[in-house]
Each structure stands twice: as structure tokens, then as C-alpha cells.
Design a protein around this ligand. Structure first.
Ligand SMILES: C[S@@+](CC[C@H](N)C(=O)[O-])C[C@H]1O[C@@H](n2cnc3c(N)ncnc32)[C@H](O)[C@@H]1O
Length: 204
């Protein structure tokens, strides 16, 4: 559990990514009916995306390693009277929760992991995603100008979700991530990834 450094980023005012509203990409996908069933927001921060998805009618669990972010998220949920659960959990060990999800949202978490960490993270996501479920990843892209920190190439993103491990990358589209230091957002990828239904055997 690597909570302490992440937690510190929430101690002195909003963190650079904490824009105080849901990401436009998340609002768009929600309005298009892209969420289904039980939803996990992995690395939820102060909860704007989870709160938005819950506000349109879904059962949402937001998890993070930063206790301070979770406390802020819970306060927002209380103030806005939105029913949503926020819990401390490590994205590398999601199976420890003993829960499964039909939709997993990763908004700005994947791109914080280096190449060596990604397989472990993706396996952890696999362990909690229902067969037929969908994973959305919104991450900084390397298609500049004015890229965010730790930008990811389309190829790296695609390669992380291997068909041999039960994934189908349905789409990786150019998008934007709003931050507190980009006027019109930073270049991003929005990936739609499906967890394959097992055919005979089980999806790994
Ligand atoms: C760039 S922020 C994005 C936060 C939020 N999704 C948003 O859009 O505002 C990344 C978040 O992931 C969390 N995080 C980092 N490593 C994590 C891990 N191993 N497990 C769970 N959360 C993690 C951080 O605490 C931070 O809140």
C-alpha cells in the first residue's frame, strides 16, 4: 500500500488533477448509456467521476489509497445527498475486496503506473471485472502538444490489455483530460476495453 505520498498531494488545496467536476469524457459516456450494473471507480480521488455516475442511477464504489481524498469524497456525497460508497483499497489488490463489477472506470490512474507495474494492475482489474463487463481508461496521451505528465502511447495502452488474458480493446479514441494547469485540457486517450465472455474455459 503506497498511500502516504498520494495522500500528501491532497493536503494543501486541490491537487493538479482535482478539477472539482467530472471529466467531460465521463459525462459523455454516462449520457450515452455507457455505464452498466455495478461500477468501480479505481483511483477515484475526491470522487467527482464516481459521484456523477452515481447521480445518474448506478451503484458505484470508488476506491483510492489516499484517505484524505476519500474523506473529501464522502463529504461531497453527504452534502449532495448522493448514495455512493468510497473505500480504501489498493488498485494492485482489488480481488481482496471480494466484489465484482460490470463497469470499471480508470480516470487518471493507469498513466501513473510504469511499464513494470501495468501487468499487475491489469490483472488486478481483471480479477474484479465480470465477463462481458467494460473497462474505461482515460489517460494522458503522448499525442501532443502540451502533454500531461507520464503520457502513454496508443500502442502501450493497447498492449496492456492482452487478448490472451481475456481482453478485447474495442476502441482507443483521442480525448482530453481537464487539469488545473491546462486551459483546454491535456491530450488523452479514451479506451473502451471489454472483458471477454469465457467460451468453454474461464476468462483469466
Ligand atoms: C491522477 S489522480 C486521479 C484521481 C481521480 N480519478 C480524478 O480523476 O480526479 C490518481 C489517483 O489514484 C490514486 N492511486 C494511486 N495509486 C493507487 C493505488 N495503487 N490504488 C488505488 N488508488 C491509487 C491516487 O491516490 C489518486 O487519487
Amino acid at each position: 500500500m503506497t498511500g502516504r505520498p498520494w495522500d500528501a498531494s491532497y493536503h494543501e488545496g486541490p491537487a493538479p488533477w482535482d478539477v472539482g467536476r467530472p471529466q467531460p469524457a465521463v459525462v459523455r459516456v454516462a449520457s450515452e448509456g455507457g455505464f452498466a450494473g455495478a461500477v468501480l471507480d479505481a483511483g477515484c480521488g475526491t470522487g467527482e467521476n464516481a459521484l456523477h455516475v452515481a447521480s445518474v442511477g448506478f451503484q458505484v464504489l470508488g476506491v483510492d489509497v489516499a484517505e484524505t481524498a476519500l474523506a473529501i469524497a464522502r463529504e461531497k456525497a453527504h452534502d449532495r445527498r448522493i448514495e455512493v460508497e468510497f473505500a480504501l483499497a489498493d488498485a494492485f489488490q482489488l480481488d481482496r475486496m471480494g466484489r465484482r463489477f460490470d463497469t470499471v472506470l480508470d480516470c487518471g490512474l493507469f498513466h501513473t503506473f510504469d511499464a513494470a507495474e501495468r501487468p499487475r494492475y491489469v490483472a488486478s482489474v481483471a480479477s474484479v471485472t465480470e465477463p462481458g463487463g467494460t473497462v474505461y481508461v482515460l489517460c494522458f496521451s503522448d499525442a501532443g502538444p502540451d502533454t500531461g505528465p507520464h503520457p502513454v502511447s496508443r500502442e502501450e495502452l493497447r498492449a496492456a490489455f492482452d487478448p490472451g488474458d481475456g481482453w478485447k480493446v474495442a476502441a482507443i479514441e483521442p480525448d482530453r483530460i481537464e487539469t488545473r494547469f491546462h486551459d483546454n485540457g491535456a491530450p488523452a486517450w479514451f479506451a473502451t476495453i471489454e472483458r471477454i465472455q469465457p467460451t468453454g474455459g474461464s476468462a483469466r
